[in-house]
Design a protein. Structure first.
Length: 177
């Protein structure tokens, strides 16, 4: 059963690489496969050419993040301060529980949107393209389990690679028009 889920998600991710309109659906599948509410692909360098894409379940929170909350993203700031540049990490890898209980990002942004823990795969699928693929978990579900994190390690790296492929294909198609 588990192998079938992984296979289905991988098929969906690479289908989205060829048809960008399918990304929200693929990200939704990835979320469900690892016990999350939604998935977000975020370029960490605007010049990378990679768009921000999210599963539909995160549309509202992503809009609020883009509008105001990106300035207060303590998770991102803590990751930068700890020099996290690649790999898989969660909230607990960059922040302690006290910081999460007190920080406005958690209390005034994540909590009202029903979001709790996150798991992120930070990678550089091609030179000059740093991508964050993160799954947001519902607040009521607590932290990710080890098996979910292991599954995300596999699927998150494929999602980052597939978005790089999608971006390259889009660039080639634009040049050839």
């Amino acid at each position: 059963m588990a192998d079938a889920v992984v296979s289905d998600v991988l098929e969906s991710i690479y289908a989205a690489a060829l048809d960008p309109g399918r990304w929200p659906e693929a990200l939704e599948q990835l979320s469900q496969a690892v016990g999350g509410l939604g998935t977000l692909i975020l370029p960490l360098h605007v010049s990378s050419g990679i768009p921000t894409i999210q599963s539909a379940s995160l549309d509202e929170s992503t809009e609020a993040y883009r509008r105001d909350w990106w300035r207060y993203d303590c998770r991102s700031e803590a990751g930068k301060a700890r020099n996290v540049t690649s790999g898989i990490f969660t909230d607990h890898d960059v922040l302690d529980a006290n910081a999460m209980r007190r920080d406005p990002f958690y209390q005034e942004f994540l909590r009202p949107h029903g979001l709790g823990a996150f798991i992120c795969n930070l990678s550089m699928p091609t030179p000059h393209q740093v991508v964050s693929v993160s799954v947001q978990r519902e607040l009521r579900r607590g932290d990710f389990e080890r098996s979910e994190m292991d599954r995300f390690a596999l699927l998150g790296s494929h999602a980052a690679r597939a978005i790089a492929i999608s971006t390259k294909l889009t660039d080639v198609l634009r040049i050839n028009r």
